[in-house]
Ligand binder design. Structure first.
Ligand code: NAP
Length: 320
């Protein structure tokens, strides 16, 4: 199976390349960057070949600034674009990154029209909308990483607090990948038991009270905190990306909270890309799940909708 990464010279692109190369079902990687970074991605491919030799596995890696090498990709991962620096919001990157995404989405359609496209570039909800509106790719075929990483971060914090295995936590963060993300505490469960029961009945006596608001704040600031310490996020996004790519390549029908085009699945929410649980398979988004939420969560979701939609329309109008 073939995966292409556009923006492969960047922090997220490089880490994703290694993470995908490790997967036994990926046998071909195509790494794309601008001409100015061609040495960087050549070096990356040589380094990954060495790592694969140590792992005893084999893969074909091509690197180029020529988009032709993405032909017949099963999945294209789009990470090209300016990243956040400290104190810059994701939305402030929109104007610059929209031009990059509009251009690459048209090129993807030209060279690999049947591939599933995973948009990672921020602000990811707006960029997913741009990729869809500025190309002939279909709405099931293009989706964004959305709140998948936010959901994983929430899962990690809950697991650490309650001292249980991370796989025991089922939780969803939906809405915008940014300050308007909506953690669905009403649907969060530990080992299938609602988290509110753990908080009410003190099921695990040695565990302190769970600070819901503080944990939500930590999830929101996670990316910025990592950027503040090491300059970029790499492994979290990379493994979240390879998690989603695996589900597409293996047609696993897992449910991930990705940024997907919404068309009144939740009445009144339309013509926007937002984080929603969706069944992911070989065709990309195979089914959006219009999740029922508590009243206050719905209010927050509507705030996310208005914010992302307003910015998406502005960005599309600016692109002309
Ligand atoms: P980075 O290290 O600066 O890499 C940026 C990449 O984009 C490089 O490959 C760069 O290519 C390319 N690029 C920059 N400007 C370009 C242009 N005008 N035309 C074509 N390519 C261009 O950034 P990063 O940390 O990898 O982050 C990449 C994107 O992913 C950012 O928008 C970031 O905010 C986003 N992100 C999203 C999530 C999520 O959960 N959705 C998580 C982490 C990061 P050159 O080497 O040729 O300059």
């Amino acid at each position: 199976m073939k995966v292409s990464i556009i923006g492969a010279s960047g922090s997220v692109g490089c880490a994703s390349a290694l993470s995908l190369a490790e997967k036994e079902y990926v046998d071909e990687l195509a790494l794309i960057s601008r001409k100015s970074s061609i040495d960087k991605i050549k070096g990356e491919s040589l380094d990954i070949y060495d790592a694969m030799a140590a792992m005893g596995s084999d893969i074909s890696i091509k690197s180029s600034s020529d988009m032709e090498i993405i032909q017949e990709s099963d999945v294209v991962v789009l990470t090209a674009g300016v990243p956040r620096k400290n104190n810059v919001t994701r939305m402030e990157l929109a104007k610059t990154n929209a031009k990059i995404i509009a251009n690459y989405s048209q090129e993807i359609y030209k060279y690999s029209p049947d591939s599933v496209v995973l948009v990672v570039t921020n602000p990811v909800d707006v960029m997913t909308y741009v990729a869809l509106k500025k190309s002939d790719l279909s709405k099931n075929q293009v989706f964004g990483l959305g709140n998948h990483l936010d959901s994983l971060r929430m899962r990690k914090y809950i697991a650490k607090h309650f001292k249980v295995h991370v796989n025991e936590i089922h939780t969803r963060v939906i809405g915008q990948h940014g300050v308007h993300m909506v953690p669905l505490m009403s649907l969060t469960a530990i080992g299938g038991i609602p988290i509110k029961d753990f908080m009410k009945y003190n099921y695990i006596p040695e565990v302190d009270e769970f600070d819901v608001e503080g944990t939500i704040k930590k999830v929101i600031s996670s990316g910025g905190d990592i950027i503040g310490c090491k300059g970029a996020t790499e492994y979290g996004p990379a493994y979240a990306i390879s998690d989603v790519v695996k589900t597409v390549l293996r047609d696993e029908k897992k449910i991930f909270t990705v940024s997907t085009y919404l068309d009144d699945e939740i009445p009144g929410i339309n013509d926007v890309c937002l984080g929603m649980p969706a069944i992911i398979g070989k065709n990309g988004v195979e089914n959006v799940i219009p999740i029922r939420m508590a009243e206050e969560e719905m209010d927050e979701f509507l705030r996310a909708y208005r914010f992302v939609k307003e910015n998406s329309i502005k960005v599309i109008n600016d692109l002309g």
